[in-house]
Design a binder for this molecule. Sequence first.
Ligand SMILES: NC(=O)c1ccc[n+]([C@@H]2O[C@H](COP(=O)([O-])OP(=O)(O)OC[C@H]3O[C@@H](n4cnc5c(N)ncnc54)[C@H](OP(=O)(O)O)[C@@H]3O)[C@@H](O)[C@H]2O)c1
Length: 346
Amino acid sequence: MTFSASVIGASGFTGGELLRILCDHPELEISQVTSRKYSGRSIGYTHPNLRDLKLKYSSPDELDPVDVLFTATPHGVSMNQIDDFSEAADLVVDLSADFRLKDPKKYDEYYHGHSRPELLNQAVYGLPEIHREDLKSATLIACGGCNSTVTLLGLYPLFQTGILTEKDTIVADIKVGSSEGGASGSTSSHHAVRSGIVRPYAPTGHRHEAEIEQEIGAKVAFTVHAVDMIRGASATCHIFPNEPNLTKPMIWKAYRESYQNEPFVNLLSGSGGNYRYPEPKVVAGTNNVEIAFEIDKRNNRLVVFSAIDNMMKGSAGQAIHATNIALGLDETMGLAYRSLHPTGSP
Ligand SMILES: NC(=O)c1ccc[n+]([C@@H]2O[C@H](COP(=O)([O-])OP(=O)(O)OC[C@H]3O[C@@H](n4cnc5c(N)ncnc54)[C@H](OP(=O)(O)O)[C@@H]3O)[C@@H](O)[C@H]2O)c1
């Protein structure tokens, strides 16, 4: 059975990634693609890699009825238009932060409040590795943020198996590429300004801390750096565990228990080769996450590394993975391809 799918905000970066996946997805058929700015223009005008799709943008003011509606719009759009979106589709998959948090007070703390707090509990957080069962009956999916996704995937097994608890101290250092900021750009993302940088842009109080705390029940002190790449999010989590006798086999067991059947998780042993630790370049364009760890006995430190493509596992790929589950399709449908190697900055 084929399902119809529309993308609201299709001219943006994650919208383009959704279309790139959808055009080769065997069971999802693109119906409507919207942009206010480019309404009437062809898709190739903004996404040259999709020139062969003979589709034109239309205005989001009139929505076709579809099976699945993807909303790749800035924060604030979905929460204010959720009634129209839900009327148009049986399943709404939102890539923004509008429905990720359960506690409305967190929207007051980290954002500018929420206009539909009564709907927050209906939404399912979009990471299949954590919420696979809930996704099966979801009608509103809230895909995770890219920085939170890369951090959560590295840490989740350690909390799920009780190796770490909310009493442990965790410091997460994140590096992200410029596509995280979206297609419209700003003075800080101008090429002349951003090229060559390693710039801390959210040293404390990053919004994604709230998602991480919600999903693993622990506070993670979080600092994000903008670095000179286009795609990719890399997390290095420094953990000073209360349990001083952690061993490699204990940690390996935790990762294997949580992730042994996960189709998009690659655990690296750190044992050899130039790419023995997670590297965004290696997963660019794919829905994969790479994870590795080391134990630093001298400093009683556990260090966890993880890497994703921010627009794939951190957004559009995660959205399609979650949608496949919600529709009862093979989870990997439309997502099983490899990255390029060697390649330049992705
Ligand atoms: N970029 C990433 O790596 C990433 C990762 C995870 C999550 N996200 C989240 O995903 C969402 C999209 O991100 P992005 O990077 O793709 O942004 P983007 O490149 O700026 O694209 C935003 C899209 O939304 C449309 N839009 C803006 N305001 C709208 C409105 N009021 N009604 C309908 N459409 C509207 C824009 O087109 P028009 O203005 O022409 O309508 C554009 O197509 C954001 O909420 C972002 O936080 C992004």
